[in-house]
Design a protein around this ligand. Structure first.
Ligand code: GLP
Length: 258
């Protein structure tokens, strides 16, 4: 597959990153209302969603014609459970914007047959005509969605065993570390690469090594986010701390700083 240079944009801090990320989503929604978005969860996305909620309340934007697909969900965690990504999305976005019920999709981690649920999810994305803009975070180990290191670049939506480091990083959302789920259902790398455009955001020093590996390291499964260099429409938005280990600060035409 051909390699591409992602557009890299560096903002001063996490607040500036969230503002710019939200502005890009708002611009897309204004440009074309019937849009299919892909959503990520995690702490990085919270301030982005807060700005989208504020923009909706302020009447700047509407989610009425938006369809969405979340990247992932824990297996065996009920949607009502506070640690689930269903609960996260309800709390941070869906509960506050004018999205039509039924158009916001998240994989069902309670499905009896996760392989069947994964196939159903892939079919739903295809039936929606694919994802126009996919928001991505990045794990400190380079994961995207829950595609842990070693994930095949041809992978589709599937069940995956979470790395211990990931379970530890996400333990804050569960009452005690041992209750963090061991498995998740996630869009695959190939599913992610089919999105027409991708916006990855990374903030904080704990993401610096993963961002550098994704951009400067080999394009290979040990760093799942490196697969994004096989896509021709990826925008990476980092704060200074997350960009600190980059070999080349944005100077050339594809990389810009501000
Ligand atoms: C989580 C999610 C990802 C997210 C990443 C980073 O576990 N599965 O979608 O992008 O890890 O999360 P955070 O923003 O909390 O660092």
């Amino acid at each position: 597959m051909r390699q591409h240079a992602p557009q890299i944009e560096i903002a001063g801090n996490a607040t500036a990153v969230a503002e710019r990320a939200a502005a890009r989503v708002v611009a897309r929604l204004r440009d074309r209302h019937a849009v299919t978005l892909g959503f990520a969860t995690g702490a990085t996305m919270r301030p982005v969603y807060a700005r989208l909620v504020a923009a909706t309340r302020g009447g700047d934007v509407s989610f009425r014609a938006v369809s969405s697909f979340n990247l992932d969900e824990y297996v065996g965690v009920a949607p009502q459970s506070p640690g689930s990504f269903h609960a996260y999305m309800q709390e941070h976005l869906f509960g506050h914007v004018d999205m039509e019920a039924g158009r916001a999709r998240i994989p069902d981690g309670m499905a009896g047959d996760i392989a069947a649920e994964a196939a159903r999810y892939e079919a739903l994305i295809a039936a929606a005509g694919g994802i126009d803009l996919l928001l991505l975070g990045i794990g400190a180990n380079g994961h995207v969605g829950f595609n842990e290191p070693g994930s095949d670049f041809e992978s589709r939506t599937r069940e995956i065993r979470l790395d211990e480091a990931t379970r530890l990083a996400n333990a804050r959302n569960f009452s005690y570390p041992a209750s963090v789920p061991e498995r998740a259902i996630t869009m695959g790398i190939a599913t992610i690469l089919e999105a027409r455009s991708i916006l990855l955001i990374a903030t904080g020093p704990e993401k610096a090594a993963a961002v550098a590996a994704a951009i400067d390291g080999p394009i290979a499964p040990p760093c799942p986010a490196s697969a994004l260099r096989l896509h021709d429409n990826v925008h990476i938005l980092c704060d200074e701390a997350a960009a600190a280990a980059l070999a080349n600060r944005p100077h050339n035409n594809n990389r810009r700083t501000a």
